[in-house]
Design a protein around this ligand. Sequence first.
Ligand code: S3P
Length: 170
Amino acid sequence: MQNTVNQNIILTGFMGTGKSSVGRALAEHLGWLFLDMDALIEKREGRSVRRIFEEAGEATFRQLESDLCRELADWRGYVIATGGGTLVNPKNLATLARHHIVCLDCEPETLWERLAFADDRPMLDSADKKTRLLNLLQARQPAYARIQHHVDATRLSIDEVVDKILRMGE
Ligand code: S3P
């Protein structure tokens, strides 16, 4: 990978693609710090993402995400896991454009297996959660397609995904 410590490595991709697990392992491998955007927002707000959605609405959460993107744009040497919707907003993508951004992809059935029983994803709240997931995934494809680097994580272990990211551009 060509990146230097002047950049952050930023992981994006749909919910359930493994951004946080891969990010943590990648940071450990590189000896860099790991930052999970959702976790930092939750810590600063003193409430979970679900509660932010329920009490303040999605727009407030999206504003917190955008504010944090602007803050992170000047940081370097971090591996950062975004939320699955963060870089769907082209302004956030532009804010972080100078960093090495990698999108993790996963087949829909695998995402469903991972997310069917998760109750911490307010974007999937629906009487028909699977249809909601498939529709949201489809709606976001054009946004994820704008990311330069992709790894299909469907059949890979966390370490294998880390290895693919490290070998990018070799
Ligand atoms: C969201 C994904 C979540 C979290 C929030 C919204 C989304 O993060 O930011 O629930 O819009 O896709 P993960 O991708 O880490 O689950």
